[in-house]
Design a protein around this ligand. Structure first.
Ligand code: CTP
Length: 411
């Protein structure tokens, strides 16, 4: 998987772009996994995030030039001792200097002395990224074996959007760690389908019943699976977050649309993960014209009818057609007078018939829109469960894939 069982010595190079602030989260993710990280910003980067932040978060002194701590020869030592160098954000100037082999600050010296995997995560305005000079520098770096991640498409610094956004920290970490010792590419060649986000059930052309799911957990599942070598299809219900490259994305809005897509794409998948929050009820008769309020009516009634349970349907198809598929469901639970969270989860797993159920205990400031999550993963055969304490959605995703991989090995 895209974590490394080794504790790595990592250099995090930070270029002078506004996305430098996101590297603080990147640093946090790396430290959370137990890696030792030295941050080497450029002088320009220090305009965006100061040395004090990097020192406090990394636990190491930070310098941008070769003229500090000269007795320790940091310009040679840092690169030589690194197991991995990540440069995020990589600006157009930094890509240019790296491609030229310049050695005019500490970071470019590190890049010349490093013999470990080097991963660049570019971030810049679309015009700068697509400029022939930048593209030539990227091609030069790639021809030398440097990994340059394609920037994501999405909102840029100003009001405009396009290619040039830095990928999410989880994606950078997954890709970078996947480069060390070849990474644990334990899902290589496996085709997986993941649903993410929340469906909308329309009341009329302008109103719908929705839910608060943002799709972050589903995206984390997609990114981690891709980093572990899987071929990933992500079916997104109303997800507005940027989706990293290398993943096949299908956009849907409603429950029936999601059902159609997951049944079609899931037929040949070896694993299906239903992380999307699918509406349990839909409007009995959607109005195709806008519902107007009248002066005489103080209330209106909305009749709802149960939706098709897609997860159950996937399990039924798998069983009837003897498909070799691992099917994973999600559930949001609270304990109550009748049962604990775990007991509710176990009952739901039996009702749904899936192989794994990831149970989120709701109401603990976790879940919708947050970067962290906590869950109990329950398996059907053998009946067992494991608790994943509060951690990043990426780490939880990797724990889920660990369980899925065990199921692959058994089948
Ligand atoms: N699900 C589905 N089709 C639906 C509703 C839900 O496939 N029409 C899937 C979800 O993607 C998720 C799991 O089933 O994987 C959640 O099951 P659900 O019974 O909806 O559980 P909760 O959302 O936890 O709600 P409740 O306990 O009220 O049933």
């Amino acid at each position: 998987m895209a974590t490394s069982s080794r504790h790595l010595n990592i250099v995090l190079g930070v270029g002078g772009g506004i996305a430098a602030y996101k590297s603080a989260s990147l640093l946090r993710l790396l430290k959370e996994q137990g890696h030792d990280v030295h941050v080497v910003p450029t002088v320009a980067a220090l305009n965006f995030v100061g040395a004090a932040t990097w020192e406090a978060l990394s636990g190491h002194p930070v310098s941008a030039t070769v003229w500090e701590n000269v007795d320790e020869v940091p310009h040679v030592r840092l690169g030589q001792e690194a197991d991995l160098v990540i440069v995020a954000p990589a600006t157009a100037d930094l890509l240019s200097r790296a491609a030229q082999g310049s050695a005019n600050d500490l970071l470019t010296n590190v890049l010349l002395t490093a013999r470990c995997p080097v991963v660049f995560a570019p971030a810049m305005h679309t015009e700068m990224w697509t400029h022939a000079a930048t593209q030539k520098n990227v091609a030069t770096l790639r021809s030398r074996g440097v990994v340059v991640i394609d920037p994501a498409v999405g909102r840029l610094t100003g009001a405009d959007s396009g290619a040039g956004r830095i990928p999410e920290p989880e994606e950078i970490v997954s890709i970078a760690l996947g480069c060390v010792d070849g990474g644990d590419r334990d899902l290589i060649g496996r085709s997986v389908v993941i649903t993410a986000g929340g469906t909308r059930e329309y009341i009329d052309p302008v109103r719908f019943i929705g839910n608060r799911s943002t799709g972050k957990q589903g995206i984390a599942l997609a990114v981690t699976a891709a980093a572990r070598g899987a071929n990933v299809t992500l079916i997104c219900a109303n997800v507005s977050l940027p989706i990293p490259t290398g993943i096949t994305v299908v956009h849907v809005e409603t429950g029936p649309e999601l059902r159609e897509q997951v049944l079609a794409h899931g037929r040949n998948a070896e694993a299906i993960v239903m992380a999307a929050a699918v509406a349990d009820f839909t409007v009995t008769s959607e109005s195709f014209t806008k519902i107007k309020k009248s002066d005489s009516e103080q209330s209106i009634s909305l009749e709802l009818v149960k939706t098709a349970d897609i997860l159950k349907e996937l399990v039924t198809r798998r069983n009837n057609e003897h498909l070799r598929q691992v099917i994973v469901g999600f559930a949001a639970e609270t304990g109550d007078a009748s049962a604990t969270v775990l007991e509710h989860g176990q009952a739901k797993l039996d009702r749904k018939g899936c192989d794994l159920l990831v149970v989120n205990e709701v109401g603990k400031n976790l879940g919708f829109g947050t970067d962290d999550n906590a869950a109990v993963i329950i398996t059907r055969e053998p009946r067992a469960h494991c608790e994943v304490a509060r951690t990043s959605k990426s780490n939880l995703a990797n724990s889920i894939w660990d369980e899925v991989r065990i199921h692959f090995e058994r089948s």
